[in-house]
Design a protein around this ligand. Sequence first.
Ligand SMILES: [Zn+2]
Ligand SMILES: [Zn+2]
Length: 118
Amino acid sequence: MPFWILVWIASILLNAHLARVKHRGFAAWMVLALFFGLLSTLILALLPPLPERFGSSATRPCPFCQAPIPAAATRCVYCRHELAGAAKPICTRCGAVNDPGDHYCAQCGQPIMPGTSA
Ligand SMILES: [Zn+2]
Ligand SMILES: [Zn+2]
């Protein structure tokens, strides 16, 4: 097997892995690797990881502008209103939103680290 085919296959597998780690389009980067090989792997490796879309997807409507904002947000990202009493700690293991002052996750029992609330 020619060497470039090995590199090509490796780049496709690397893209699949990197896309998963960085929460980017899995299929899209596999296709990019098919056409551009290691070049697309290099680009993907340099891209910053996207925030996790699953687990931290809990949103609630802003009481001021009704826009969907993260459940743990202390300030609306749309209208910049301060949201009183919104500092609810989010469990780092299961993503459950806990009551302020809780030290253990109500859902899985994981100790809640101070400062994990947004
Ligand atoms: Zn708002
Ligand atoms: Zn939990």
